[in-house]
Write a protein that binds this ligand. Sequence first.
Ligand code: NAD
Ligand code: ZN
Length: 390
Amino acid sequence: MKSGFRWEATIIEDQFILKTKVYSNRQSLQYLKQIKGFRAFIVSDSIMESLGYLQQVVDYLSEAGISSTIFTGVRPDPDVALIADGLKLYRESGADVLVAIGGGSAIDSAKGILYFSWKFGSAEDEEIKKPLFIAIPSTSGTGSEVTDFSVITSVGEKVVVIDELIAPDIAILDSTCIQHVPQRVIADTGIDVLVHAIEAYVSTKATDFTDALAEKAIKLIFENLETLYKDPKNDDARDRVLNASCLAGMAFTNTGLGINHSLAHAIGGTFHLSHGRSNALLLNAVMEYNADLSGGACGSAAERYSKLAGVLQLPARTKREGAVNFMLAVKRLKKALGVEDHIRALGIDQAAFTNALEHMAETAALDRCTPTNPRQPSNDDLVQIFKKCF
Ligand SMILES: NC(=O)c1ccc[n+]([C@@H]2O[C@H](COP(=O)([O-])OP(=O)(O)OC[C@H]3O[C@@H](n4cnc5c(N)ncnc54)[C@H](O)[C@@H]3O)[C@@H](O)[C@H]2O)c1
Ligand SMILES: [Zn+2]
């Protein structure tokens, strides 16, 4: 999937795609009762099983006359071995409906299973047909329910697969599925949403269409994430953060992401940090790099950050003032969500970090999220960002 070259941002023509049909309210899980099909393959994890959501999905599908095969082998940050296990069961099941219920790890696992089943099945194999793919997020989140991205770990490195085949046909946003998310996961996944929206907004492929989605996602996050973190029983805040997650996903599936994600993939894969926390710890240093406010000049991203300050009604009389105020607002939000100031606060050994630096920077430079970053970094730039965050 990834070889030793930099991915180029290939822009054939301006296009904006939203393939996924979205159902969104607190009863929308029941939409499963109306699905047409014979057999479902459900990809999930043991937490979803123990919380009873999996049985609910099986019961609703059964009301639609659909029997289910269940795979609960998903672990955080799915790897190729997990995908291979799921793929074997999926093929044996003969399913015509593929359902993923869980966080980004479950949805990305289902995408991995679909991708490898499709791409590496024999052309003569009559059994391989594209299933109806339904994604039900239980975190808010990765936005994976509407994106054509999947992140799969291979030989200790996170590899981004991008293919329109794996964008779900249907997303069910039912916030009752996220009501038991632990507080730390609310913070991590919520900041991930913010990073998706910010990276989409400053991406080299941003358009008026994606800007509208990203701006709304950022507004919803600033208005609701801290409330949800402090009061996880707040139904309205939970609905809004779930919507923000999906909106940000719709934006970045069209724009790509940036080096915040490239660096987060590299450090998350190396030190097994959660995806959202990795992104959160890097966010301010990456924005400072992109804004490039040193020496009186402003990078192009500074203007975009300044526009986001305007969206949040922060003072933005000049590009610099707006960019600085937006970055400060992000810092304040991270603090309110209990995000550590530095990577070392997570207990990562300094010598191990220093040893891994060059390799992590190389991996980040080759990541598929790097070409759409507003400022193209050298490997040394990436090393310096890592050092600043440590
Ligand atoms: N495909 C994409 O577009 C995309 C975008 C961003 C991130 N990702 C990938 O997604 C993964 C991260 O996903 P995530 O942040 O959603 O975390 P996750 O899916 O790894 O879940 C984190 C933890 O929360 C638990 N959990 C999930 N839902 C819960 C619920 N409702 N109640 C209680 N516990 C629950 C999980 O069991 C797990 O232990 C990473 O591998 C990341 O690289 C993918
Ligand atoms: Zn992310």
